[in-house]
Design a protein around this ligand. Structure first.
Ligand code: B12
Length: 245
């Protein structure tokens, strides 16, 4: 998924030192758990237990330790959110706990935001992101926004519950290259299709990308969207590819 180099600081030290992708500092084979692995474990646990204090301290420690923001999200916080999703699916926890876990993840993302802002001079294109109309799930879309900003794109985040018209207006206003629609519910996926239709009908030049847990490449092809990615790490590659077309 990620190239090792994308996440790691340059190697240093003798041959038997190794690095786990995404972890800033080297650790030795045989160590039970490196400091950075412990930090990632704490990040995951903070979301799983909706522990705001732990999320704050672990995120600050991760930044200090030089762990790349993408690794902090994908290998730490995101893993915790996966557990939350699984436990919610099994009815082991309920909406209030999911909301609390979401707030924990959002707090950590806020702390990471300054690190994921690209300088004006490296802007590679403009992406309008939003969660489609009728859908209020935001976390995955926020992760995608952070990843794209970190990769040098100008990202306008329209938030949740965004109609195709709003996407189109924002696209025109900001001279966007790409419109990204997130949908977390099978019932709202069809709005992604309406967005593609709106772009084609207006003969606009925007590329439309789609994503969200129930979305697949098959769905993307079915609605004639320009691209799909399974997660926030791959969205950068996807947008890079579309910008080259
Ligand atoms: C957190 C959550 C909530 C939170 C949302 C908080 C917030 N601020 O976002 C709250 C508690 C508010 C919530 C509410 C509801 N939820 Co909810 N929720 C979830 C849960 C547990 C996790 C979603 C999540 O954040 N995942 C973590 C993120 C990081 O992953 P992600 O969203 O998939 O995003 C990644 C990729 O998909 C991709 N991606 C995402 N967007 C995009 C966009 C593009 C363009 C691209 C390329 C890629 C991409 O990259 C992201 C990062 O890696 C899921 C269960 C699950 N297993 O998904 C249910 C789930 C989505 N919810 C569900 C439901 C039913 C609801 C409610 C209707 C419940 C209710 N009875 O009120 C309401 C929604 C009301 C509405 N109108 O929208 C169902 C949907 C079922 C369905 N029909 O499909 C699920 C699947 C749970 C279930 N099994 O029943 N929910």
């Amino acid at each position: 998924m990620f190239g090792e180099t994308a996440f790691c600081r340059p190697r240093s030290g003798p041959g038997y030192w190794s690095q786990v992708p995404g972890l800033g500092r080297a650790h030795r084979f045989g160590d039970e758990m490196s400091d950075n692995e412990k930090i990632l474990r704490d990040l995951k646990e903070s979301v799983e237990t909706w522990n705001l204090k732990l999320a704050e301290s672990a995120t600050k420690m991760a930044i200090e330790a030089g762990i790349e923001p993408r690794a902090i999200v994908q290998n730490g916080l995101g893993k915790g959110m996966e557990t939350i999703g699984e436990r919610f699916d099994k009815a082991e926890i309920y909406l209030p706990q999911v909301v609390a876990a979401s707030k924990t993840m959002e707090l950590a993302l806020k702390l990471l935001a300054p690190l994921m802002q690209a300088g004006e001079n490296v802007l590679r294109g403009t992406v309008i992101m939003g969660t489609v109309e009728g859908d209020i799930h935001e976390i995955g879309k926020n992760v995608c926004c952070a990843m794209l900003r970190g990769a040098g794109y100008k990202v306008m985040d329209l938030g949740p519950d965004v109609s195709p018209d709003k996407f189109m207006d924002a696209g025109a206003e900001h001279k966007a290259d790409v419109l990204g629609g997130s949908a977390l519910m099978t019932t709202t996926m069809q709005v992604q299709g309406e967005l593609v239709k709106a772009v084609k009908e207006a003969d606009a030049s925007f590329k439309v990308i789609v994503g969200g847990a129930p979305v697949t490449q098959k769905w993307c092809d079915q609605i004639n969207a320009d691209g799909y990615s399974e997660n926030g790490a791959e969205i950068v590659e996807l947008v890079n590819k579309l910008m080259r077309k």
